[in-house]
Design a protein around this ligand. Structure first.
Ligand code: AMP
Ligand code: MG
Length: 405
């Protein structure tokens, strides 16, 4: 198929199509050290109870409440990790420290602040409350209780829980391994002075950050020239051990736009043009072995906006996230948004708190080459196609990238 003959697909439809074709990656057993940010692959049931023993919540004295208040002999100590041995005799107390095991026979801890202490005796006040100041086994978690559901993203509390019930490794979804490649004869490495007509390859670094944030493991493949054979060789090699290929450039209509025909020869191209601004030439293909290829447009803003709309949700689905989209907030538009004729336009905005509500302000010229429109932007505002646009003051949906302070 000629690149220009790809049907123009509605942006929302295209996004749904990409997600539909995206597989969830299989689970693997990973040590806790590698689990932050991963997604649990199955339900986790508590193999033990927590706390595992009756543990003092304070520093004080463990007593038998039946002994009542008054002077008691101190029979020993129970510190964290060094329990009192044997049973607490009647008429005796044991010094106990926070986290210490409640000695057998004791049923109450009296706080150190509430007693009078001698060298080997203690006076417990009348009217202490029996059964207080210690955690009972299973208070925090019962054996067999559902600890975490499959699909749960693993953060601080979740990893702490897994460790506390004694699990050194968890079954989590694999992170997508993504090969990232820039295309274009005009591109030079950052740090190299561009010659006439040359520009620095900035997409590689922008997309590296975007991919990492989305949870991918990234291989940087550098720049492929605008020649079919070297491009094919690089891509075929990359696809050996990656789940997805992300390219930038080489997808718009022109003699040097080589990505679509290459992907056609390797797999099935499902999208070649979308009704989206910026990002009309966005290209999506599936390849043998359940692998995906995303051909992003070359202009820096186009590549990042199409990444947000199409690639990030797909990468999150691969990792097992239930929520694959950025959060959406209703915000007030602080400027008049002109529509992008026949295309949905994602306009870059900052959000400012004004009188208790969030107001979206434009980041200036929305040219697809102007990265300044995206640097520091808090959100993308979706402006539907048509000739009406959106009036200043109207309520709109904003895809939130970050919130203002
Ligand atoms: P293309 O989609 O290949 O026609 O690229 C469109 C325009 O995007 C090019 O003329 C460059 O100005 C720009 N561009 C392409 N690739 C990159 C890149 N890796 N880094 C920065 N700009 C790029
Ligand atoms: Mg190019």
């Amino acid at each position: 198929m000629q690149a220009s003959t790809y049907p123009l697909v509605d942006a929302a439809e295209a996004a749904a199509l990409v997600l539909d074709r995206t597989p969830v990656l299989p689970a693997e057993e990973v040590h806790l050290a590698g689990c932050p940010g991963r997604v649990l692959a199955g339900d986790l049931v508590a193999p033990v109870e927590l706390p595992p023993f009756a543990a003092s919540a304070v520093d004080g004295y463990a007593i038998r409440s039946a002994d009542g208040g008054g002077r008691l002999r101190v029979a020993g100590e129970s510190a964290a990790g060094r329990p009192f041995t044997g049973e607490l005799p009647a008429g005796a107390a044991a010094r106990i420290l926070t986290g210490g095991v409640l000695p057998a026979g004791a049923d109450t801890v009296v706080m150190v602040e509430d007693v009078e202490q001698g060298t080997d005796w203690v006076v417990v006040p009348e009217g202490f409350e029996a059964g207080r100041n210690f955690h009972r086994p299973g208070d925090d978690l019962r054996r067999g209780e559902l600890v975490l559901r499959g699909g749960q993203p693993l953060g601080a509390a979740e990893l702490g829980l897994a460790a506390s019930v004694g699990l050194p490794a968890l079954r989590v979804h694999r992170r997508p391994r993504v090969a990232l490649m820039s295309t274009g004869d005009e591109l030079v490495e950052v740090g190299t002075a561009p010659g006439p007509g040359q520009i620095v390859d900035s997409n590689r670094w922008a997309l590296l950050a975007a991919l990492r944030e989305a949870g991918a493991e990234v291989s940087l493949l550098g720049v492929a020239p605008d020649r079919p054979e070297p491009l094919r060789e690089l891509v075929v090699e990359a696809l050996r051990d990656h789940d997805a290929l992300v390219t930038s450039g080489g997808v718009s209509v022109g003699t040097h736009d080589l990505v679509k025909p290459l992907l056609e020869s390797l797999g099935e191209v499902h999208l070649g043009r979308v009704r989206l601004r910026p990002g009309k030439p966005f290209t999506f293909a599936t390849l043998p072995g359940g692998r995906l290829a995303f051909g992003l447009p070359g202009f820096p803003v186009s590549s990042l906006v199409t990444f947000e709309v199409f690639v990030r949700p797909a990468l999150r689905k691969m990792q097992g996230f239930a929520s694959v989209q950025r959060p959406t907030l209703r915000v007030r538009l602080g400027y008049e948004a002109r529509a992008g004729a026949d295309r949905t336009e994602y306009q870059r905005v900052t959000l400012v708190r004004e009188d208790g509500e969030l107001v979206a302000h434009t980041t200036g010229s929305q040219s697809s080459s102007r990265l300044m429109s995206l640097a520091g932007a808090h959100a993308l505002v979706r402006v539907p196609p048509g000739d009406t646009g959106l009036a200043a003051g109207s309520q709109v949906d904003a895809m939130v990238l970050s919130l203002p302070d």
